[in-house]
Design a protein around this ligand. Structure first.
Ligand code: ATP
Ligand code: MG
Length: 309
């Protein structure tokens, strides 16, 4: 439809609807998939429309989790919430460029499928640098990077010197995020809220953990991220994976006991606190946008009808 200058004068509303949460960190095994799983299930339980995308075409951890969950759902006595899940396939060409093109196409399709229908899109990513990874980063409204209490983990954000007061050069992953931010600002003035989430926190507070907190708070200013308490190291965060459940689910039955265990209670509290600290937008922002778009289109079609009359 050709638009006249007059019709264009209506301010277009924000056409994006879904809030995109990307879970990423170059460091392998830091807890990306574990956080993706728990954040997704928590948002589903809160009643949001949730879509999930697995960019880890090799390990497919998130995909396997939801497959397990779907088969549990088949004969569970309660309603087992499931997201709309999209797993990206690996490009199977020998030509790297062809694979990149195919993967980009698949990713763009996955996003287009869900961005207007779902309130949250959660993207789990692999621990590798690729074109697709960079693209995913620049789409993030909230970027969640799990980090363990180890200087090895801090190192991917900034080189750590023996003399910890000496400022390091910006490390590769941090550089990737800063670049994604720059791109994002150019595209839609969007802001990426970068949150470093502590994971596998040990229950004994160590001197090491305190030193790491100090290093991180110094880096936080420079790289513009915030840190938040995440999940403790608990068996319950990993043992339910084969049946596709989480401590947020009514697992008492599955675990053949009647009462909530102490670790389940603590785990639930940690996931709740994590969600609160992510400061995600409130319910139905997506719907507000959708409605605004419909009204905008209505106004334009009314304008054209009146022109004709
Ligand atoms: N809070 C936790 N408590 C207990 N175990 C955990 C916790 N977080 C992660 N793990 C375990 O640590 C291992 C790595 O976690 P996970 O697979 O989530 O990391 P990842 O960053 O997705 O790894 P990859 O880079 O390979 O994709 C898994 O065995 C997982 O079960
Ligand atoms: Mg993973």
């Amino acid at each position: 439809m050709g638009m006249t200058a007059h019709a264009m004068a209506y301010e277009p509303p924000d056409l994006r609807t879904a809030h995109v949460i990307v879970v990423a960190n170059e460091k392998g095994g830091s807890g990306k998939s574990t956080l993706s799983i728990h954040v997704s299930v928590a948002l589903l339980k809160a009643g949001f429309r949730v879509a999930t995308i697995d960019l880890d075409t090799r390990q497919r951890t998130l995909t396997r989790f939801f497959e397990n969950r779907a088969s549990w759902a088949a004969d569970a006595p309660w309603n087992v919430e499931l997201p709309y899940h999209h797993a990206l396939d690996r490009g199977n060409s020998k030509n790297l460029r062809d694979n990149e093109t195919a993967e980009f196409g698949a990713f763009a399709t996955a996003i287009a499928e869900v961005e207007h229908e779902y309130e949250f899109v959660i993207i789990d990513t692999p621990a590798t640098d690729s074109y697709l990874m960079r693209l995913a980063h620049s789409l993030a409204d909230t970027l969640v990077s799990p980090i363990n209490d180890s200087f090895i983990d801090v190192d991917v954000f900034s080189r750590v010197h023996h003399d910890r007061s000496q400022r390091g050069q910006v490390a590769h992953y941090a550089d990737l995020v800063l670049e994604a931010r720059r791109k994002r600002r150019l595209v839609d003035q969007g802001i990426i809220d970068w949150v470093l989430v502590r994971n596998r926190i040990s229950s004994t507070q160590s001197n090491n953990a305190r030193q790491i907190q100090t290093s991180l708070s110094r880096l936080a200013l420079e790289l513009q991220f915030r840190t938040t308490e995440g999940l403790h190291d608990r068996v319950i965060f990993r043992e339910l994976f084969p049946i596709g459940l989480t401590p947020l689910d009514p697992i008492e039955g599955a675990m053949r006991s009647n009462a909530l265990s102490a670790s389940q209670v603590s785990a639930r509290r940690e996931v709740d606190a994590l969600l609160a600290s992510l400061q995600l937008p409130q319910r139905s922002l997506g719907m507000v946008h959708l409605q605004a778009r419909h009204e905008w289109f209505d106004r334009i079609s009314r304008y054209y009808r009146e022109m004709k009359a």
